[in-house]
Design a protein. Sequence first.
Length: 352
Amino acid sequence: MQGMIVLGIETSCDETAAAVVAADRRILSDIVLSQIEEHRPYRGVVPEIAARSHLDHIDRLIAQALEDAQCGWTDLHGIAATAGPGLIGGVLVGLTTAKAIALVRDLPLIAVNHLEGHALTARLTDGIDFPYLLLLVSGGHCQLVAVQGVGRYRHYGGTVDDAVGEAFDKTAALLRLGYPGGPAVEAAAGNGDPDRFALPRPMAGRPGCDFSFSGLKTAVRHAVAALPEGEADPASAADLAAAFQEAVADVLADRTINAIARFREEFPSGDRFVVAGGVAANTRVREVLAGTVAAQDMQFIAPPAGLCTDNAAMIAWAGLERLRLGLTDGLEFAARPRWPLAELRPRPGVAP
Ligand code: KG4
Ligand code: ZN
């Protein structure tokens, strides 16, 4: 395990990424090419454009990742690629490229679940042991999960409507803050007064660990419509962004408290909480969660922002974790647009 090196490939959404990671947790290279400019005119990711763009850039990025890592094909021990969930055209580009390399170079293929990539990142960055409680907050997902091991996830709760990153993106569009939404809302919120507008905290105070964000987004829409011009001037947009960000952080904290209670019951020795996914790049969200988790006597772990948003180092790392356990995949492995964490298994035929 110590000397193993894996190439990771990520193409499930609008970042084309390649990275080389070593089993001793060194990131030897980590390249992320954002397609933001290509999707900006449409104010959202266009799947067909994303897939074509991945195809245009993936070979060059892989060559660059190997060069940055000063490593040749013969230094690699495996090829890991995101095999889902995600936009299927893009996933196919990365997975097929990985299969071709695996075949030609006679290397094991590891078909990585993108969510498992996010879920295991804290073991790459902080070297933590299992079990831990994970809050995964990204553009497509919002869930609380007990992470018991590689391929062993217990779902505690998830969103019943929008993912939290999606709520950030839609709110940014309503406030005309630009694309992509999360960083734009965070930047605007920095100049805003979070108390001028009272926004709801959907699900807060209810039992369980589920989330809902569509009502919050609608509340922002109504607040904008009630403004004298019927649209947000820069000061109101900043105030609404701040109020929205605060409401999201509060809801995440409220649901996390319930999840911690359940996690403690099921894993009495577990005392670590990890936040991951693109929204974990948000400073205010991290701050509120860190306080909440500390008040519950749990250790708070958040990977650096660049490893919270989509990247290939997390895919290479998940590949290494699987390779170490002998969990490799055949070239017939089919890309999966939908692939919940709870469907993963530590070994074929083993219950989660
Ligand atoms: O994990 P990720 O890069 O891609 C998915 O797997 O979905 O997450 C992207 C999401 C987007 O919705 C983006 O707006 C959000 O993460 N995001 C943020 C921030 N940076 C990215 N949301 C809030 N604050 C941020 N600073
Ligand atoms: Zn992601």
